[in-house]
Design a protein around this ligand. Structure first.
Ligand code: CTP
Length: 235
């Protein structure tokens, strides 16, 4: 079984003062979240799509999905966590309870605010997680990456050809994900927000799936304008 975990529990602070978190903002004819969910519904490898949202938006998200996704029972909604990993865990628990997801099954986790993810990326994630146990999606860095410790002086300039930018999906065999979470200390969990980094820290291999520049995350108002241009709303 392959389950898509759509992470939509964030509040989008960097987008500024919007009435709604960015995953609910309109992108042409439908909200960002719906664009994202549709990409997973049409993928033949995905058996269930589960969206994790803040409790405050549970009813709102359910209504939205019922309005735009006409196929019955195509998407489930559950309450997200206080951080991104918490949302992954809640979706995982929901999948175990509602669908009997087990150790051998695959969880494809994806940011709800990356609406331009492609079918190829999703399918390659499933294949890589089946093969390797865990995978991340990434693109080669086109700018030089500069490392700094204090924000004012350069501490290092790593070799650009070795630098990649992480995107999502990040996909895992469920048993391995549970094992790695179990090995994390409270202190580690408080600082490590990236599930692939947990695998890396606990010395588990993580395969890389080739991402796409268009699979960017809507983080800042500028990104939202780019997304609008991509769907033809800005000329
Ligand atoms: N996310 C989540 N649950 C949380 C926090 C984040 O599911 N408790 C999700 C967001 O909804 C988003 C993804 O994780 O789809 C990536 O997070 P980010 O862009 O950092 O989202 P926000 O936390 O919403 O934004 P910001 O950091 O600007 O507040």
């Amino acid at each position: 079984m392959v389950i898509a975990a759509i992470l939509a529990g964030g509040s989008g602070q960097r987008m500024g003062a919007n009435i709604l978190p960015k995953q609910f903002l309109e992108l042409q004819d439908k909200p960002v979240l719906i664009h994202t969910v549709e990409k997973f519904i049409v993928c033949p490898r995905i058996d269930h799509v589960i969206v994790g949202v803040n409790a405050e938006y549970l009813q709102y998200a359910r209504e939205l999905l019922a309005r735009y996704i006409t196929e019955p029972n195509a998407v489930d909604v559950c309450i997200g966590g206080s951080d991104r990993n918490g949302t992954i865990i809640n979706i995982l628990q929901y999948a175990i309870k509602e669908y009997g997801a087990s150790a051998e099954d695959i969880l494809v986790t994806h940011d709800s605010v990356r609406p331009f993810v492609s079918l190829r990326i999703i399918e390659e994630n499933v294949a890589a997680a089946e093969r390797c146990g865990a995978c991340d999606t990434a693109i080669p860095a086109s700018d030089t990456i500069i490392r700094t410790e204090d924000g004012s002086l350069i501490a290092d300039i790593p070799l650009r050809k070795e630098m990649y930018l992480g995107q999502t999906p990040q996909s895992f065999r469920i048993g391995l994900l549970q094992e790695v979470y179990g090995l994390m200390t409270e202190e580690e969990l408080a600082v490590v927000t990236d599930a692939c980094k947990m695998f890396f820290l606990k010395k588990r291999p993580v395969a890389i799936v080739e991402g796409e520049v268009s699979n960017f995350k809507i983080t800042w108002p500028f990104d939202y304008r780019v997304a609008m241009a991509m769907v033809g709303e800005l000329t």
